[in-house]
Design a binder for this molecule. Structure first.
Ligand code: CP
Ligand code: NVA
Length: 318
């Protein structure tokens, strides 16, 4: 764990000017330090003013938490955001990404991109001369994972050796939890129906990155996934772009609802997490969502603190 402010700064200063496209784009030590900086910012031990920097938001999918938490994070850092939704820019009329990324780099200091294909994000990072942040793609949601493990750390302190069980679709959120958890020494168990597993390449990558003996595994048995775990997590069964598969997925995911019965199999101190938006009665029961174990709204708030820490690092504000 990185504790002192000077230690955090020296670990995180190499992130200046870098992209954050994947949870694996930062080292194990940097991941822990990002959580520590987020904690310091949240409790008021640390204030960072970057001057009048500008974050451009290019979002081709809907968003409440990610959009607003980035906007508020920039405001708290003394900067501002520009909404570059393709519907209001020439992107929506076919202007090439490579031209857009180079032009925006002349106006903005950092870009956050939410889109479908990870390759599109990689292309933005290639053409932009400023840091590019993954604000969710079909492959990963790395900013979400930082907030998730910050929430788990608030509940349990040291994360190493703790277990997070994710029940549901082996999707973007699951991928980033596996990678980020591996870097933090957290055991990550993914319980998902056959045919909805996380990508084998991401599983291999997480296992290679794992520190402190963290075990990353996938099972089709939801009870085996959650047994004794300290955090139970789920996400929607049909992600953005998969709406037409909703009915088929509802059938496939029967038995994978995060409910009181699954919670009873976990550690008695276990917390319940969900990245939101949630569908009560589908991937999570109303009781699990609103019960005493739920930290879902702390988790949503932590998006702000985690992204404030990340933005400060990428813009060299430490
Ligand atoms: N969790 C999350 O990313 O929420 P939004 O889609 O509202 O940004
Ligand atoms: N897996 C979901 C996460 C939403 C925050 C999606 O991609 O739609």
């Amino acid at each position: 764990m990185v504790a002192a402010s000077s230690g955090v700064a020296s670990v995180l200063s190499p992130l200046k000017g870098r992209d954050f496209l994947s949870s694996a784009d930062v080292s194990a030590e940097q991941t822990a330090a990002l959580l520590e900086l987020a904690r310091q910012l949240k409790c008021g031990d640390r204030r960072i003013d970057l001057g009048n920097r500008v974050l451009g938001l290019i979002f081709t999918k809907a968003s409440t938490r990610t959009r607003v938490s980035f906007q508020v994070a920039m405001a708290r850092l003394g900067g501002q955001t520009v909404d570059l939704n393709p519907q209001v820019t020439q992107l929506g009329r076919g202007e090439p990404l490579e031209d857009t990324a180079r032009v925006l780099s002349r106006f903005c200091d950092v870009l956050a991109v939410r889109t479908f294909a990870q390759q599109e994000l990689v292309d933005y990072a290639h053409w932009a001369t400023i840091p590019v942040v993954n604000a969710l793609t079909d492959l990963e949601h790395p900013c979400q994972a930082l907030a998730d493990f910050l929430t788990m750390q608030e509940a349990f302190g040291d994360l190493q050796g703790q277990t997070l069980a994710y029940v549901g679709d082996g999707n973007n959120v699951a991928h980033s939890l596996m990678l980020c958890g591996a870097l933090l020494g957290v055991n990550v168990r993914i319980g998902c129906p056959e045919g909805f597993e996380p990508l084998a390449g991401v599983l291999d990558q997480a296992r290679k990155l794992a520190v402190a003996g963290a075990d990353i595994f996938v099972t089709s048995d939801p009870v085996a996934a959650v047994r004794g775990a300290q955090a139970l997590y789920t996400d929607v069964w049909a992600s953005m772009g998969q709406e037409q598969e909703q009915a088929e997925r509802e059938r496939a995911f029967q038995g994978f609802c995060l409910n009181e019965a699954l919670l009873a199999e976990a550690d008695p101190r276990a917390i319940v997490l969900h990245c939101l938006p949630a569908h009560r009665g589908e991937e999570i029961s109303a009781g699990a969502m609103e019960g005493a174990a739920s930290r879902i709204f702390d988790q949503a708030e932590n998006r702000l603190h985690a992204q404030q820490a990340l933005l400060a690092c990428l813009m060299g504000g430490l």
